[in-house]
Ligand binder design. Structure first.
Ligand code: GDP
Length: 283
């Protein structure tokens, strides 16, 4: 899903978020494990202040596990609960309900002291487009469960999905707007396919990715495409085009096709598990 953001969009997303956040005790924020900082919008910290906070490192199957662990530590140090998940395959999902209870323990305790017993914890899922919010909600609640909350025409009120007797989840996720003003952030969001490739053309984008991979994952391009990892990124792209027979009219190298092929291989995990940003740069 590609998203075009303009000020009207952002204002609406923000207003919805402000309204919905009032209704919940816990904010479940999905980030992309490959870019845990660039896939966030720091405004969520303001919007979600005084709420219990849970960060899910989603798509953890596409990122390097040692970095997933470092990122989990990074956020835990900053007072978030954290779980690594793979919403697509259900990895990490089982532990979520327990973690939700734990994250909301203070609130449950407060309720108990006031004589309020058994009021379920209410939670909502938030995150930038394409981070996996719907996939996660379905994995957590089960498809049938999500649908029963969606009776068209019956009510315009908020729909809650009852996960168990202690937890209710708002059925529509909150959409956070990505912050692509920062060039590096925009680039990383474009690498993972979360924003339109308009900030750069596809060949330039692929050359940026080639540059990153040569530096941080040396040998990975050689292993995948049997090419030499030369200094010049465009030459590398041409080598990929040669190796994968990306040709225009049977003779000229089609570097645009090679660029799409590389980006596609990366996004689908076919280059292996790759983390694009590292916690030591954000300490
Ligand atoms: P939303 O826009 O935040 O609701 O994102 P979606 O739930 O529509 O997911 C966007 C894409 O990411 C879909 O193609 C999903 O199949 C994929 N996806 C979601 N979670 C995961 C995950 O944990 N691992 C992988 N590999 N893909 C995922």
């Amino acid at each position: 899903m590609y998203f075009q953001w303009y000020p009207g969009h952002m204002t609406k997303a923000k207003r919805m978020m402000q309204e919905n956040i009032k209704l919940v005790d816990l904010v479940i924020e999905l980030v992309d494990a490959r870019i845990p900082v660039s896939s966030r919008n720091p405004e969520i910290d303001k919007l979600g202040k005084n709420k219990a906070r849970l960060i899910l490192l989603n798509k953890s199957d596409l990122a390097e596990d040692k970095w997933n662990d470092s990122w989990a530590e990074y956020f835990k140090k900053r007072d978030y609960s954290v779980v690594k998940v793979n919403s697509k395959k259900g990895g990490g999902i089982k532990s979520i309900q327990g973690v939700i209870q734990e994250a909301c323990r203070e609130k449950t305790e407060r309720d108990r002291k006031r004589g309020i017993l058994n009021r379920p914890v209410r939670a909502m899922v938030v995150g930038i487009p394409n981070v996996g919010k719907s996939t996660f909600i379905n994995a957590l609640a089960g498809k049938a469960c999500t649908k029963t909350g969606n009776k068209p025409g019956v009510t315009k009120g908020k729909q809650w999905i009852r996960l168990n007797k202690n937890v209710e989840l708002l059925d529509t996720p909150g959409i956070l707007w990505p912050k692509f003003e920062d060039q590096t952030v925009g680039l990383r969001l474009a690498f993972i396919g979360s924003i339109k490739e308009e900030i750069l053309n596809v060949e330039e984008l692929s050359m940026e990715l080639i540059g990153f991979l040569k530096e941080f994952y040396p040998g990975i391009l050689k292993g995948k495409y049997q090419i030499e990892e030369m200094e010049d990124n465009f030459l590398c792209l041409k080598e990929i085009a040669k190796s994968r027979h990306c040709l225009i009219k049977g003779s000229e190298l089609d570097t645009e096709k090679a660029a799409r092929l590389l980006l596609d291989d990366f996004r689908n995990g076919r280059l292996g598990k790759i983390t694009l940003e590292f916690p030591y740069n954000y300490e």
